[in-house]
Design a protein around this ligand. Structure first.
Ligand code: ZN
Length: 115
């Protein structure tokens, strides 16, 4: 299992990340797009921008979901366990990506399958 003092640190990082993500999502979601379109060219640009923004928003929401899940797991004392194989996720990974759901091996496998 992950040492308690490490979990405390990671939990703080997750909470901070959650706040940051929520703020970012709120900022993106509330942008009033297309309210000041005065030329067709500009409209095209904005459409592209909206598509990009939606992709960003989606990935932010995915990330937020993982962060929330990680916080739930900390609450349930199940944090740092790989969802795939049940092994402990190494601290090196959790320090970089605290919301990791998979261990190194399973993550590598998953990425390979996605190719
Ligand atoms: Zn695993």
């Amino acid at each position: 299992m992950i040492p308690k003092q490490e979990i405390v640190k990671l939990e703080a990082a997750l909470k901070q990340e959650k706040k940051r993500l929520e703020k970012e999502i709120k900022g993106l979601g509330s942008t009033d797009m297309g309210s000041d379109v005065d030329s067709l060219e500009e409209e095209a640009d904005e459409t592209e921008e909206i598509v990009n923004q939606e992709a960003v928003l989606l990935s932010l929401k995915e990330r937020l979901k993982d962060v929330k899940l990680a916080l739930d797991k900390i609450g349930a004392n199940a944090y740092g366990i790989c969802e795939e194989c049940g092994n402990v996720i190494s601290l090196d990974i959790l320090r970089v990506v605290p919301e990791s759901r998979l261990c190194k091996d399973c993550k590598a496998k998953e990425e390979k399958e996605e190719e």
